[in-house]
Design a protein around this ligand. Structure first.
Ligand code: ARG
Length: 581
């Protein structure tokens, strides 16, 4: 509907150009928004106000002219001018009902697919030297949900898990691995099963023994110059670390596979060329022996120039260097139209600098869109970064275990007679969903407080609320199994049927808003409103006890479309639904 109104307005604008009411070269992005208040219709535009300057007419007068010029449409019941010159559109109930009917018979729920693009999504991307911790949760979950929605819209999505699998810390880890293996193979295996303590133990050795530290440095040099033995050790280490990551992905229901891993090491062979190319373009400067790039746009608060360091004095490359190589690869090999980076907002400056530099150095096509879709910090209930009681990092696995235990208690308390196997399965879904949904439902750009209590509540915009709402809608069908709906038609008569229908028709618009900016909370908010809208409908409009057969069938179809939309919407958030809970 929204795109239909947009196209009517585009045609109107075109005709204004032909009539010379606005200049022929006038460019405008027509904006159509959902109204907040039903008395203002369904959709509204500010087009008249946008045109006043170029058309040299007052906005209400222009609004009337737009209405007079607007092509006739059976979808629009009424058009009105409001306030200073807004135009309000009232959608025709029959047209809306038809749209919903079509949505029911379509795999994409009637969503109009946009022009297909190739989109790289860089997400999760943990450093392999350590275990995944809560800091990786947001990138992993938010990225995966945006990936799913983009794929649903028909885009060619390329997942890139840009893992930190290269760098000096690997020398220390390999040296420790070597030492442990020589002493006791079994012990080595065991210690590697907990990377967090493995890293700590390696660090202790590094700090206590100069011999060990020297060996670590030698191993890095050997690794980077392609030494076979070192590379074998390194591959073994990364393999173990990656399998830890994939255990977590599997448990979280995240769609990343091993094939999506394309980490820093993958660009190792390109780094020297990056330096050469920057140099050839005259972009490199020397600073204390290091090779750096100064860009006019970036200065410290004191006005000092702020460089991107490309190569250290000792020849080592940096995080920015591999990001430059990665961008070049994403542009020229993967042919991406867009690249989204789901990375902590604390890296905002890094991305501004390297994005700017990549364009400047023509490492990426000028029309490729580079987007740092950053996120805030996950805090504990004290409002400070989430830590264990003793102040350590919280391992993701431990967090998920606790969510599971709490969900089991909750589900058991609601279903004291349920068998253990069913309880366990429901609790698994509720626990994981609660953690994911709590994150997805907050605007990613803000920090948020992680609270088990809040995320496991049945009230408000939470996973349990939505999962339960879904089981209620799905439950209606269990009781209506024998009703043949093949000839049924949706009719919107009751006020609450119209409200529900209006909400249902917005699914596509919501997905566009969510994927344009990489904001899953937009979808969460919509599903929550849809569930609430369904409750009001269900309260006011008996379904199985409707007055007539036709009314019953129409209401069943509305319930069915609600169930499909909730299930699809939740699946795009990476959340499984339950048939009962
Ligand atoms: N490994 C990095 C970290 O843990 C994140 C990498 C994000 N992606 C990128 N292309 N820089 O901070």
């Amino acid at each position: 509907m929204k795109s239909h109104i947009e196209s009517l307005l585009e045609q109107t604008l075109e005709s204004f150009k032909q009539q010379g009411i606005v200049p022929a070269d006038f460019q405008a992005r027509i904006q159509v928004d959902r109204t907040k208040d039903k008395s203002h219709g369904d959709l509204a535009t500010n087009l008249a106000m946008m045109l006043t300057k170029v058309a040299k007419k007052n906005p209400r007068e222009l609004a009337q002219l737009i209405i007079d010029t607007l092509p006739a449409s059976s979808h629009v019941a009424k058009v009105e001018i409001a306030g200073p010159g807004f135009i309000n559109f009232f959608i025709d109930d029959n047209a809306l009902a038809d749209q919903l009917q079509q949505a029911l018979n379509d795999d994409h729920l009637g969503v109009i697919l946009p022009t297909k693009q190739t989109i790289v999504v860089d997400y999760s991307s943990p450093n392999l030297a350590k275990e995944m911790h809560v800091g990786h949760l947001r990138s992993t979950i938010i990225g995966d949900s945006v990936v799913r929605a983009l794929e649903f819209l028909g885009h060619n999505v390329i997942r890139q898990n840009h893992v930190g699998d290269w760098g000096t810390q690997f020398g220390m880890l390999l040296a420790y691995m070597e030492e442990l293996r020589a002493a006791n193979g079994e012990q080595a295996k065991m210690e590697l099963s907990d990377l967090e303590s493995f890293y700590r133990a390696a660090k202790v050795r590094f700090d206590e023994s100069t011999e060990f530290a020297t060996r670590s440095r030698q191993l890095v040099v050997a690794l980077q110059s392609g030494d076979e033995y070192c590379n074998k050790l390194w591959r073994e280490f990364n393999d173990i670390s990656l399998s830890h990551c994939h255990d977590v992905y599997k448990r979280l229901g995240v769609s990343l596979t091993r094939a999506d891993v394309h980490g820093e090491s993958a660009y190792n062979a390109d780094l020297a060329q990056v330096v050469k190319d920057l140099d050839a373009q005259g972009l490199l400067s020397e600073s204390n022996g290091a090779k750096v790039v100064f860009q006019e746009e970036f200065r410290t608060k004191e006005g000092e120039p702020l460089p991107v360091i490309i190569q250290k004095a000792d020849g080592g490359y940096l995080y920015a260097t591999s990001d430059l190589a990665a961008m070049r690869y994403r542009s020229s090999v993967l042919k991406a139209d867009r690249a989204l980076y789901f990375v902590d907002l604390r890296q905002a400056l890094h991305f501004q600098q390297v994005f700017n530099l990549a364009k400047l150095a023509k490492f990426v096509r000028a029309d490729m869109s580079l987007e740092h879709t950053g996120f805030g910090t996950m805090n504990g209930e004290d409002g400070r970064p989430f830590k264990t009681r003793s102040g350590g990092v919280v391992k993701l696995v431990d967090l998920l275990d606790e969510a599971n235990v709490r969900a089991l208690e909750l589900v058991r308390s609601k279903n004291p007679d349920m068998d253990e196997a069913t309880l366990t399965e429901i609790a698994r879904v509720v626990g994981i969903s609660a953690v994911k949904y709590a994150d997805l439902s907050k605007n990613r750009t803000s920090d948020y407080i992680f609270s088990f209590e809040q995320m496991l509540s049945f009230e408000g915009n939470t996973a349990p609320y939505l999962l339960y709402a879904y089981t209620r809608v799905a439950g209606i069908f269990k009781r209506a199994e024998d009703i043949d709906l093949s000839q049924a038609k949706i009719a919107l008569e009751h006020e609450k049927e119209k409200d529900l229908g209006t909400k249902l028709a917005q699914f596509g618009e919501v997905l566009t808003r969510m994927t344009d900016k990489g904001l899953p909370h937009v979808l969460c908010g919509y599903l929550y409103e849809l569930a609430s809208e369904f409750s009001s409908f269900y309260e006011a409009c008996p379904v199985l006890a409707a007055d007539t057969e036709a009314q019953k069938q129409s209401r069943l179809l509305l319930s069915q479309l609600t169930a499909n939309t909730l299930k699809t919407g939740l699946s795009l958030l990476g959340i499984e639904t339950l048939e009962r809970m």
